[in-house]
Design a protein around this ligand. Structure first.
Ligand SMILES: Nc1ncnc2c1ncn2[C@@H]1O[C@H](COP(=O)(O)OP(=O)(O)OP(=O)(O)O)[C@@H](O)[C@H]1O
Ligand SMILES: CC(C)(CO)[C@@H](O)C(=O)NCCC(=O)O
Ligand SMILES: [K+]
Length: 299
């Protein structure tokens, strides 16, 4: 492990100005405007209202919608930071930003920029979203940047990761998310319907009809896995984020906290880039952060 753990501290951290963080997953692109976090504590109760929005990655013009939304809500954009586990979506967004704003500063958040050490077999292969969540965990409690934590990111996939009390990422578990599980039941069987998670929030136990039984089965499976893994990891803090965090949280037995936009906040908290760096990421060796003088690029 050559990287030193240097998780940001909630006591001193201020978001950089004029940055747009984009967390590109397999289902949605989550866009967070840094200025919206100025003066509020990430993941505190006031974080419920930051300027962030989720855009479904589908066949529609989601990149234009996301860019338009940023133009409407950000007074000045100095840099777009794209962190992605979806290569096609990231390339498309990057090229659409540059088509509309040829001088925009668009950078990719790559592993080298996120100083979270790990003991994984192949650290470069881990999803950047998992690493960014771990990095952002340092901001969850003032005065306690390093605390053994179970990190849950509930999206297309649900990841349940273990960050130890030295800030080292120890690995984790990956399971299919709520929608993927529901879709696999609907497409893999004759009689099971596609369920709609949004239509119903309460859970019937035992389920008295097919839809109630599917909902109970999937939610119990995911919540049960999180409870079991948090106990197995032996952490005293469980943080949950992602598009399905609020759907899953009420069904957890373990004490937990919903933290919105953990990946986006992680993107804002990681090291600044110098404007000369290319969109494909830093070259070797990485520049000294003291040299980074952001240019004023407006879009
Ligand atoms: N605007 C939206 N578009 C799509 N999904 C949304 C939206 N708002 C909430 N959701 C919910 O969020 C879930 C996707 O979560 P999230 O965006 O965190 O996943 P993801 O980051 O794309 O997944 P992964 O990182 O695992 O590939 C969907 O399954 C859906 O239930
Ligand atoms: C597991 C997901 C899909 C969660 O978004 C993502 O982090 C990913 O594609 N990861 C790559 C493999 C890994 O993290 O081990
Ligand atoms: K994610």
């Amino acid at each position: 492990m050559s990287v030193q753990a240097s998780h940001p501290s909630a006591a001193s951290w201020q978001p950089p100005g004029g940055i747009v963080a984009v967390d590109l997953g397999n289902t949605a692109a989550k866009v967070l405007i840094s200025d919206a976090l100025a003066g509020i504590r990430p993941f505190g109760s006031d974080h419920a209202s930051p300027l962030s929005r989720s855009f479904a990655i589908d066949a529609g013009p989601w990149t234009d919608e996301a860019i338009d939304w940023v133009r409407q809500h950000a007074s000045a954009v100095h840099q777009w930071r794209l962190a992605s586990v979806n290569r096609g979506a990231a390339s498309r967004l990057q090229s659409d930003i540059l088509k509309r704003f040829p001088s925009a500063d668009v950078v990719r958040v790559v592993h080298d920029r996120v100083p979270v050490p790990s003991d994984l077999a192949a650290p470069q292969r881990i999803g950047i979203d998992r690493l960014l969540c771990a990095f952002a965990a340092g901001l969850a409690d003032p005065g306690a940047p390093r605390r053994a934590t179970t990190l849950v990111d509930a999206g297309s996939a649900v990841t349940v990761d273990f960050l130890d009390d030295q800030g080292i990422f120890r690995g984790g578990a990956i399971l299919p998310g709520l929608n993927l599980q529901a879709r696999s039941l609907a497409t893999g069987t004759d009689l099971l319907p596609q369920i709609d998670w949004a239509s119903e929030t309460s859970l019937q136990s035992p389920g008295k009809d097919t839809v109630a039984a599917i909902r109970l089965g999937i939610l119990s499976g995911v919540a049960g896995a999180i409870d079991r893994l948090a106990t197995r990891y032996g952490t005293d803090r469980v943080l949950i984020t992602g598009g399905d965090a609020t759907a899953i949280a009420p069904h957890l037995s373990v004490t937990h906290r919903v933290c919105h936009d953990m990946v986006g906040v992680g993107i804002l908290a990681c090291r600044c880039w110098s404007p000369s760096e290319s969109a494909s990421g830093p070259t070797d060796p990485p520049p000294d952060p003291a040299d980074a003088t952001p240019t004023q690029r407006h879009c």
